[in-house]
Design a protein around this ligand. Structure first.
Ligand SMILES: [Zn+2]
Length: 434
């Protein structure tokens, strides 16, 4: 279900239709629109208030040190994502994300400040805005906004422009962007009283993690090797007094936070079993024979079960086990699992979407409708939620609403069995489709 988000854009402020850079208000708006989809796609927020508050506190400590020119109107937010992939990224206008996969590799708060400082740098220097401007889709986006302007209301406001997919995560930063963000991040760190050498330890983590295991980070944040050298040199030149002293890293509170929020490997396995289960399940999806697939799904099921034991109160291991059990043709057990997961985290987006899917398979169309509706209230851009809601409505003979949802889905996903099924339903409803 990756990369199937629809971005509904409501442009604000004056529009740069002539190919100019989007303005700050547009950046903020775009970031806000895109954030729920990114969050949902990346495992959702990590379910620990303690860990979320810690990450946000470090981020906000750095933001507090920005000069008024650096800060402009940006609305920074910091979210720890429940993903084992080593990554961190910034959306235009201020939403910043870091994965638990990266957090658990760190030793100290200074490392965390290094990553967040770097991402704040991308926002301050408007790197994403410049990348979007150069990307193909942006012209389309401007055109769509342009059309909206002609049709729509007063100055500075256009109606909804849906059906546009902006794949922000695919936008790569260049080397210059990376160095600029590294250097700015280091400056924010020093201003906030962090040891800037935290940025160097982060580069080392990224470098050692780069053995082919984490292509995501490297596709968007290239060259840790060269950057490591450049950062070291810059710190030595600019702050020789810091360079001369032993590093003072804030390890203890950081490690305490990891342990208390079940993040550290020492806390009864943490997410290790879950990540292993996910790996097995994905392998199962790619297996060539049914037998090989079933074996992998069974192994995955066992790993999810041990993860459930080490992570009481977390939804993800239950939702994962539901998916494995569904593949093993055990629908009723899968439904019980996803119910248990949603009892722990009622707003878990993937949980809602998964249950909508399973309830449709179980012919519980009212229930599926409820779940898909719930999922859409959280992430209005998730294409498959429209598919599931449309299908439930179709079966419940609520034709007009159903047709609208199915058309929305087809506007994003137009190939494959789900698209074919959607076309069939739409034709049965008398809607013309290609
Ligand atoms: Zn970067």
């Amino acid at each position: 279900m990756r990369k199937v988000f629809i971005l509904t854009l409501v442009a604000v402020g004056g529009l740069g239709v002539g190919g100019c850079l989007m303005n700050v208000d547009q950046e903020i708006h775009l970031g806000k629109q895109a954030a729920p989809g990114f969050e949902a796609e990346s495992g959702g927020p990590y379910p620990s208030e303690l860990a979320q508050a810690y990450v946000a506190r470090v981020g906000n400590t750095l933001v507090a040190e920005l000069t008024p020119e650096e800060r402009t109107k940006y609305e920074f937010s910091f979210t720890l994502l429940n993903s084992g992939i080593i990554n961190a990224f910034a959306l235009p206008g201020g939403p910043i994300f870091i994965s638990r996969g990266l957090l658990v590799e760190m030793q100290s708060e200074d490392d965390l400040a290094g990553v967040l400082g770097h991402e704040i740098g991308h926002v301050v220097h408007r790197h994403t805005a410049y990348r979007i401007q150069r990307a193909q889709g942006f012209q389309l986006l401007l055109a769509a906004i342009g059309v909206g302007l002609q049709v729509g209301g007063g100055p500075g406001y256009v109606g909804d422009v849906s059906g546009l997919i902006v794949q922000l995560t695919d936008l790569k930063y260049g080397r210059d962007d990376e160095s600029e963000s590294d250097m700015s991040g280091v400056v924010y760190m020093v201003r906030a009283g962090y040891d800037p050498r935290g940025m160097i330890s982060v580069m080392k983590i990224l470098k050692s993690a780069g053995g082919g295991a984490t292509p995501e980070f490297f596709s968007t944040h290239p060259d840790p090797d060269n950057r490591l050298v450049a950062i070291s040199e810059a710190i030595g030149k600019r702050w020789p007094q810091i360079q001369a002293k032993e590093p003072v890293f804030r390890e203890e509170p950081f490690q305490k936070m990891l342990t208390a929020s079940l993040l550290s490997a020492g806390s009864a396995g943490g997410y290790a079993a879950y990540d292993e289960a996910e790996r097995l399940r994905i392998q199962g999806l790619q297996a060539k024979t049914t037998q090989a697939a079933n074996q992998l799904f069974t192994q995955a099921e066992q790993a999810y079960t041990s993860a459930i034991k080490t992570l009481p109160g977390h939804a993800l291991p239950y939702i994962g086990r539901a998916k494995a059990r569904w593949r093993l043709n055990r629908l009723k057990e899968a439904l019980l699992d996803v119910d248990a997961g949603l009892a722990k985290e009622p707003d878990h987006h993937d949980g809602q979407v998964t249950r909508a899917f399973l309830r449709l398979a179980d012919n519980n169309n009212r229930g599926a409708l409820e779940d898909a509706d719930h999922a859409l209230k959280q992430v209005a851009s998730h294409a498959y939620s429209y598919f599931y809601r449309g299908k439930a409505l179709y079966r419940l003979r609520e034709r007009d609403q159903g047709a609208e949802d199915l058309q929305t889905f087809l506007g994003v996903v137009n190939k494959g069995p789900d698209a074919d099924e959607t076309r069939q339903m739409l034709r049965a409803l008398g809607v013309q489709v290609q």
